[in-house]
Write a protein that binds this ligand. Structure first.
Ligand SMILES: Nc1ncnc2c1ncn2[C@@H]1O[C@H](COP(=O)(O)OP(=O)(O)O)[C@@H](O)[C@H]1O
Ligand SMILES: [Mg+2]
Length: 152
């Protein structure tokens, strides 16, 4: 599915709706250029997960973890400019097995080897200054189910 998002606020609202659908165990890969709005979408998702903390881009720390509602943990990764994920790939693999954790990954190519097919992939492209196009794809049963609930 694809939709045009006309403002940063709308992107956060979509994120918040998506976040409200999450139950733990979901894997979301965000694809798009620098400044396309990946982290902005995560800020919205965090709201939907009941996270009060300010979501910072994990570009330098690679990973940030937040506690959300219903015992759900959000683990947000950003592998920007990393050519080799090293042992982080193993760490991600472990986290992926946790039923209470929602894993969101920006610039995930470098760990594509450990990413299961069954994940939600959200691609964001820049249309204009405040306009973005988001395309959502699913790679398996759980992510397809989740995608079916996204009404935007
Ligand atoms: N419709 C939109 N959706 C998301 N971000 C937008 C939108 N319009 C403008 N922006 C701006 O684009 C930038 C997106 O930054 P960010 O979310 O950090 O991108 P990324 O994580 O993809 O590098 C922000 O400065 C935001 O204000
Ligand atoms: Mg980012």
């Amino acid at each position: 599915m694809a939709v045009e998002v006309k403002s940063e606020m709308e992107m956060k609202k979509i994120g918040s709706f998506l976040g409200s659908l999450l139950r733990g165990g979901e894997i979301i890969e965000l694809v798009g250029d620098v400044g396309s709005g990946k982290t902005t979408l995560v800020k919205g998702i965090a709201v939907g997960l009941g996270i009060d903390d300010y979501i910072q881009s994990p570009s330098f720390t690679i990973n940030r973890v937040y506690d959300g509602r219903d015992n759900i943990t959000l683990s947000h990764y950003d592998f920007f400019r990393l050519n080799d994920a090293g042992i982080l790939a193993n760490e991600v693999q472990e986290v992926l097995g946790n039923k209470n954790t929602v894993v969101i990954i920006e610039w995930g190519e470098v760990i594509s080897g450990v990413l299961p097919k069954d994940r939600l992939t959200i691609s964001i492209s820049v249309v204009g200054e405040n306009s973005r196009k988001i395309t959502i794809n699913s790679g398996g049963d759980s992510s397809r189910k989740l995608m079916g609930k996204i009404k935007i």
